[in-house]
Design a protein around this ligand. Structure first.
Ligand code: PLP
Length: 395
């Protein structure tokens, strides 16, 4: 039987590993040695789950979206990660990692952010735990996600705009890694997705797996069975998808459909459809699929959604796609915008642009009337209001 989890060497099939500069070796190595022990420690688990319950507002509802289901002729449940404190799934991971950083004696936190959701979630837990916080964010994203920049600053974080490359998530991640190289002793780098060197992809997936643990319990209560026919999520680096599927990875009754960003079209040269367009290479410490030229230069990605605008993909997802465990559909800007508008008008829920890509799969794939689908609604649309309004998608 296939195993889609990480192996002892930090690989998912041929993908993963830890390709890092010498200066970070001892940091990443001590994290690798410590993370499972800390995450499995009952005291950690208790503190983590108390905060998830009382501070984040978990469990998030599993909502049967009746009008959306009617429209697409199947049963669609939405896992409402948009209702978490700070508005997305990102906080599940930052709560876990800040507790871990404290246990490892770190006093300073750095993070990268694209849509700003991970930056806000990191700034939030740093305020909560009274830790210094520096967030790197591409200048393009600083401009398109202004509200989140204002929130991070109000929370006491220093937001450092990054002006290299096309000034988005990849470039912010480069800067955060550079900072970590200069401050390896006191600083913990809270990576916001299932990317980066081992053990980050596995650690983030484990922290986000609370999503699928809840789905199991909630489906049992609502449907009398603890698994759906399909799980659907968008993939940027892969953390909301990773959390949504974690408990079902080896359960082949459950089909996995993922949406990546096709930007202005998969063949337009302006997309972030990494799984379909990527080839094997190394980015941010991990061997994975990435968008690159024939001579190995990273191609600049593009998506209307800042959180999906990344030229790589977590190694877990690269492996699953390669093994045929997941079906990956590319959803373009216009399809995502139309799906966002549709959910808003059918269900009264304004989704984040990232989550709207997941919703975009219903226009591309046919389901049967008794198919039971759980879609991870990873975040709310507040941060994207300027984009929505600017594009005048009133009707
Ligand atoms: C609401 C939301 N969904 C999804 C993503 C994509 O990240 P990931 O693939 O790690 O879930 C982001 C990233 O910023 C986000 O803000």
């Amino acid at each position: 039987m296939n195993n889609y989890y990480v192996n002892d060497e930090g690989y998912y099939g041929e993908f993963g590993g830890a390709y890092i500069p010498e200066i970070l070796y001892s940091n990443v190595e001590s994290l690798r040695k410590a993370y499972k022990g800390i995450l499995n420690d009952p005291e950690f688990q208790q503190e983590f789950h108390t905060l998830l319950t009382d501070y984040v507002g978990r469990p998030t509802p599993l909502y049967l979206a009746k009008r959306l289901s009617e429209k697409y002729g199947c049963r669609i449940y939405l896992k409402r990660e948009d209702l978490n404190h700070t508005g997305a799934h990102k906080i599940n991971n930052t709560i876990g990692q800040i507790l871990l950083a404290r246990r490892m004696g770190k006093t300073r936190i750095i993070a990268e952010t694209g849509a700003g959701q991970h930056g806000v979630a990191t700034a939030t837990v740093c305020a909560l735990m009274n830790m210094e916080c520096v967030v790197y964010m591409g200048k393009t994203d600083v401009e398109r996600q202004k509200l989140n920049v204002q929130k991070m600053e109000m929370l006491g974080a220093t937001v450092t705009p990054v002006t290299s490359g096309n000034m988005t998530l990849k470039d912010a991640t480069n800067e955060a890694i550079r900072d970590w190289c200069c401050n390896p002793a006191n600083t913990h780098y809270i990576i916001g997705s299932t990317v980066g060197p081992h053990p980050y992809p596995d650690m983030v997936a484990r922290l986000q797996s609370v999503i699928s643990k809840e789905i199991k319990k909630q489906l049992q209560e609502k449907e009398g069975r603890d698994y759906p026919d399909y799980l659907v999520a968008c993939v940027g680096g892969g953390s909301n998808a990773g959390g949504t599927i974690y408990e079902y990875l080896n359960d082949l009754r459950v089909k996995i459909v993922l949406a990546e960003a096709a930007g202005k079209g998969i063949d337009s040269g302006l997309s972030a459809a990494t799984i379909q367009l990527g080839t094997v290479g190394i980015i941010h410490g991990s061997k994975t699929l990435l968008m690159q030229t024939e001579d190995g230069q990273i191609e600049e990605p593009y998506s209307i959604s800042a959180g999906l605008d990344y030229p790589g993909i977590g190694p877990m997802h690269a492996n699953m796609a390669k093994q045929g465990r997941s079906e990956v559909l590319a959803v373009d800007d216009d399809e995502a915008l139309a799906a966002a508008m549709e959910l808003t008008r059918l269900e009264g829920i304004i989704p984040a642009l990232e989550s709207a890509h997941a919703l975009g799969i219903f226009g591309k794939k046919q389901f049967k009337p008794d198919d039971l689908i759980v879609l991870c609604l990873s975040g709310r649309g507040d941060k994207d209001m300027e984009t929505y309004v600017k594009l005048r998608i009133e009707n």
